[in-house]
Design a protein around this ligand. Structure first.
Ligand code: HEC
Length: 283
């Protein structure tokens, strides 16, 4: 893991240097801020040009090893977990999630489904895994982070195909859409407040417009888990949702809750046709 930390630290300091330099310039004018955005984009491209420079790939490898490890009271691996395309089929599964699972009678995203398989296939007690689903600063990636990365990366290059034919999927979409526009909390924010138009940003961070389908939603949604350069770590979509709720000063949302799943259903619909690219590199 020393490798991971030193390598990631070098990347992070490069990114920070870039951001700091661009940040100062960014004070000057909107035009300069545009340049900064281009600069960050350029940096991402350089990393992408050499796929092995993406530290997120280490999470994918760790996830694969864990996926294939026999554990739990049943002492089996997750290799027979059904992610919607049949037991053990990972290819393209994430591109069609969340989806309805009859065995659980619930709509589930990747993370929620992994927990379900741990409990039902492996007989694992997942309390601690759920509690530690999001790694903290300086900690190694969590089990959920590496497993979600491994599973999701098996859909790379495939288009997002939202699943909305089952009544529970439709219901989940409607709830997700309603949540997206629900204003609440001390600031009276909704998701739409920050993600309802193009070209807005908080400091240097561009805020994608998630209120309509199209390129911005595709690039923002079909790319999680993502490697966040600013924190040297892999973050999952569930984490992204809870972090945005934190920014709204809302109470903590439950990991794998119906509400968060509904938001992901809504977001995947906005990202329809986008190409899965996991783990993407983010700020
Ligand atoms: C106060 C403003 C604010 C609100 C409200 C907000 N977000 Fe965010 N959101 C952000 C910021 C800032 C980022 C970029 C985070 C970063 O990289 O530091 C972000 C990132 C995201 C991303 C990832 C974008 C990408 O390019 O990868 C998604 C998806 C997202 N938000 C969805 C939501 C949803 C859904 C809600 C409502 C539950 C919401 N956000 C509410 C500020 C907000």
């Amino acid at each position: 893991m020393a490798f991971r930390h030193s390598f990631a630290a070098r990347l992070a300091s490069a990114a920070m240097g870039l951001c700091a330099a661009l940040g100062l310039a960014g004070l000057a004018s909107e035009a300069v801020a545009q340049d900064a955005t281009k600069g960050i984009e350029e940096y991402r491209k350089m990393m992408a040009a050499d796929p092995f420079s993406n530290p997120g790939l280490l999470a994918v490898d760790a996830g694969e090893a864990l996926w294939k490890t026999a554990r739990g009271t049943k002492n089996v691996s997750l290799e027979t977990c059904d992610l919607g395309k049949g037991p053990g089929v990972l290819k393209g599964a994430m591109a069609e999630m969340p989806r309805y699972f009859a065995d659980a009678d619930k709509v589930m995203d990747v993370e929620r489904r992994i927990i379900w398989c741990m409990e039902n296939i492996q007989g694992l007690d997942t309390k601690d895994i759920v509690k530690k689903a999001f790694s903290g600063a300086g900690q190694d990636n969590s089990e959920m982070e590496v497993l979600a990365s491994y599973v999701s990366a098996q859909s790379n290059g495939m288009p997002v195909v939202p699943q909305l034919s089952h009544p529970k999927e439709k219901e989940s979409y409607d709830i997700g859409e309603a949540l997206f526009y629900t204003r609440a909390g001390p600031h009276d924010f909704s998701c739409q407040t920050c993600h309802g138009s193009s070209g807005t940003r908080i400091r240097l961070q561009e805020l994608p417009d998630l209120s309509k389908p199209g390129k911005e939603a595709q690039a923002a949604v079909a790319t999680w888990p993502a490697y966040r350069v600013s924190t040297n770590s892999i973050k999952t979509m569930q984490h992204r949702m809870s972090d945005c709720y934190r920014q709204m000063r809302m109470p903590k949302v439950g990991f794998g809750s119906d509400a968060v799943t509904a938001l992901v259903v809504y977001l995947m619909k906005q990202a329809e046709g986008g190409e899965v690219n996991v783990p993407a590199l983010k700020r």
